[in-house]
Write a protein that binds this ligand. Structure first.
Ligand SMILES: CC(C)(COP(=O)(O)OP(=O)(O)OC[C@H]1O[C@@H](n2cnc3c(N)ncnc32)[C@H](O)[C@@H]1OP(=O)(O)O)[C@@H](O)C(=O)NCCC(=O)NCCS
Length: 217
């Protein structure tokens, strides 16, 4: 019943989200459809709160990042690739983090599609707040801290992708000041991959060539 209500809610929001959810249930996933919204934040960043320490992470933070996430990830190779990570500290431990890319083309880690990032933007990805600290303003402070990174890198805006179905992240992005600027769908049909922009502001282009870019590492 719960699942039916979830599907109805998805259908109301957008039929593509329903297609994605149905395809997700097919064993071995022969067809994947990932439907996501691009968000942008420029200008009005949240103010830094003095109560929470926010700073840039480095390779010494790999273990604390793993502890925050509760599982290992490719944090080391991200640092090695020149990616940036902003962390929020609570009681001496990392409570939340997000990664930022300034590459000309960023390859999405889960699905392997690539897309261009204009040279006035940083691409923000893999936002995470430890479950015990959610809803307490940790990620808001990570984004407040990202304003400093943006300035240091000579950029003026953040871009971020949020999957339809991730309602918490959608709401959090809007509440922190991001605005939706485009909708995309990524299709993987038996290994044939394509990324398409369905609506919104076009930045460079998302095409078959970019979708076939190799996975990192
Ligand atoms: C999305 C995520 C990073 C948010 O982190 P967080 O530290 O809990 O967020 P914050 O407490 O800073 O909240 C930021 C804003 O979002 C709102 N918000 C956060 N969680 C919410 C929820 N479950 N429902 C509604 N609003 C929510 C907060 O109210 C806040 O707005 P406000 O300051 O105007 O009240 C966290 O939920 C998470 O790690 N989720 C799992 C991983 C994930 O989905 N990452 C995003 C990938 S795009």
């Amino acid at each position: 019943m719960n699942a039916v209500r979830k599907l109805q809610a998805l259908l109301r929001r957008h039929p593509m989200a329903l297609v994605e959810a149905v395809l997700h249930r097919i064993p071995f996933r022969p067809i994947r459809a990932e439907y996501f919204e691009r968000f942008e934040l420029r200008g009005a960043f949240p103010p830094l709160a003095t109560a929470l320490e926010v700073r840039l992470a480095d390779t010494r933070d790999v273990e604390p990042l793993v502890r925050c996430r509760g599982k290992s990830s490719n944090f080391e190779s991200r640092f090695a690739a020149g990616e940036h990570c902003v962390v929020a500290i609570v009681d001496g431990s990392i409570a939340g983090y997000e990664w930022f890319s300034e590459k000309e083309r960023h390859v999405e880690e889960r699905f392997g599609y690539a897309f261009p990032i204009q040279d006035d933007a940083l691409y923000a990805y893999d936002a995470y707040t430890s479950e015990a600290f959610r809803g307490r303003g940790v990620w808001r402070q990570v984004i407040a801290g990202a304003a400093g990174l943006l300035k240091a890198r000579g950029r003026t805006r953040l871009l971020s992708h949020v999957d339809f179905g991730n309602d918490t992240s959608m709401t959090a992005h809007v509440k922190v000041g991001f605005r939706p600027v485009g909708r995309f769908v990524f299709l993987d049909v038996l290994g044939w991959k394509t990324l398409r922009q369905l609506s919104g502001v076009r930045e460079g282009h998302a095409d078959d060539r970019s979708a076939r870019a190799p996975r990192p590492g």
